[in-house]
Design a binder for this molecule. Structure first.
Ligand SMILES: [Zn+2]
Length: 366
């Protein structure tokens, strides 16, 4: 019963004269986002709505519905281990011998069962304290957010936990390396002239754009994967900076990349990023109070477009044209393409049907 209206009481915890303070309830309600497993979607969600509507009818709440949006999150699953004599076994009740998993008590071979919803009765639960002790809370968070979209079931995997931990190690080393090389350097704020340097800044801003959009859709796994790509790009660049860019430009670009990566990872792994922000990047303000990074639209402009070239409706080439090329310039490039020229041999061009930046159809006849 209490779980069906606690969110109303949370609006006014200091109100002592009555269960609810209507003014506070109307200020905070409805709840913006309800997150729960599938068992909540048919039970708690139903009860809570009935209670809320009754409280509305007696004048304790103003809004009709208590919750605006629902996210039904998946279950955490893990494989099960069973001994013929001792039944379900925890991992610490088994031992490995020559690649075989045996019961620690009787030595019988363990039957490895399918992935099932974690439950104490099947002994396939993971104690979060063990993960936190071994790897830290950030690794546990990153693994779970990265392993699957939140509405899907999550399969617990020790190698996945290890992978999350190794990724955080790479972030740690890269941000420290960049921090040492760029002390006092301001992050890049304009597009450099050199092509590889431009590509790196485009990657930084495309990542901000993707992570921002993915966060709004609760697609944390793809957001994290985008930051992983950015860290890869940064690791390559830091070891072989482009010769066409000046040392100052390289430092500013790396600084921008490191600050951006730390900002974007902060919601997922708050502890390590807060420490990197202060210790490696030398910031004196708290990361949790820093603004979310903003996309520079100039960095997202595609500099070349792919145009499909057809002859009499048949695909003959895909050409790259500068994004700002005129229609006439795009058509000239299409007619110069070797494969297009080959297929036009012995034919004369009657007309061109062009959708600039996308498609050029050459109408030709013998
Ligand atoms: Zn046994």
């Amino acid at each position: 019963m209490e779980s069906s209206w606690y969110f109303l009481r949370y609006c006014c915890p200091d109100h002592h004269d009555a269960p609810l303070d209507r003014k506070q309830v109307d200020h905070w309600m409805p709840v913006d986002q309800y997150v729960g497993g599938v068992e909540h979607a048919v039970l708690h969600l139903l009860y809570a709505r009935f209670f809320h509507k009754a409280l509305r009818d007696v004048g304790e709440a103003g809004c009709d519905e208590p919750f605006t949006r629902l996210l039904t999150q998946g279950m955490v699953r893990k494989d099960t281990h069973r001994c013929p004599q001792h039944g379900w076994r925890y991992p610490h009740e088994t031992r490995e011998e020559e690649g075989c998993l045996l019961c620690a008590d009787c030595g019988a071979p363990i039957e490895i069962g399918r992935n099932e919803k974690m439950s104490k009765s099947k002994h396939n639960v993971v104690d979060p304290n063990e993960i936190i002790q071994g790897y830290g809370a950030d690794t546990a968070r990153l693994f779970m957010l990265f392993a699957s979209p939140p509405e899907m079931d999550l399969e617990w995997s020790d190698s996945g936990v290890d992978g999350a931990w190794r990724f955080l190690g790479r972030v740690w080393r890269l941000v420290h390396l960049i921090g040492e090389r760029t002390a006092g350097v301001a992050p890049a704020s304009v597009m450099p002239a050199d092509a590889n340097a431009r590509a790196l800044r485009a990657k930084t801003h495309a990542t901000i754009d993707k992570v921002t959009r993915d966060m709004a859709r609760f697609q944390f796994n793809t957001a994290i994967s985008a930051v992983m790509e950015l860290i890869n790009a940064g690791s390559v660049f830091v070891n072989a900076p482009e010769e066409g860019a000046s040392a100052d430009e390289v430092a500013a670009l790396l600084r921008e990349l490191a600050e951006t990566a730390v900002l974007l990872l902060h919601p997922f792994v708050p502890h390590i990023t807060e420490e990197l922000w202060a210790e490696a990047l030398g910031m004196t303000t708290r990361l949790s109070q820093a603004a979310w990074p903003v996309v520079d639209p100039a960095a997202l402009v595609k500099e070349e477009l792919t145009v499909v070239v057809q002859i009499n409706g048949k695909l003959r080439a895909r050409i790259l044209v500068p994004a700002d090329a005129t229609q006439a310039a795009q058509e000239a490039l299409a007619l110069e393409d070797p494969n297009v020229m080959l297929h036009l041999t012995g034919k004369s061009v009657r007309k061109l049907v062009t959708i600039p930046g996308r498609l050029i159809n050459i109408v030709a006849s013998a």
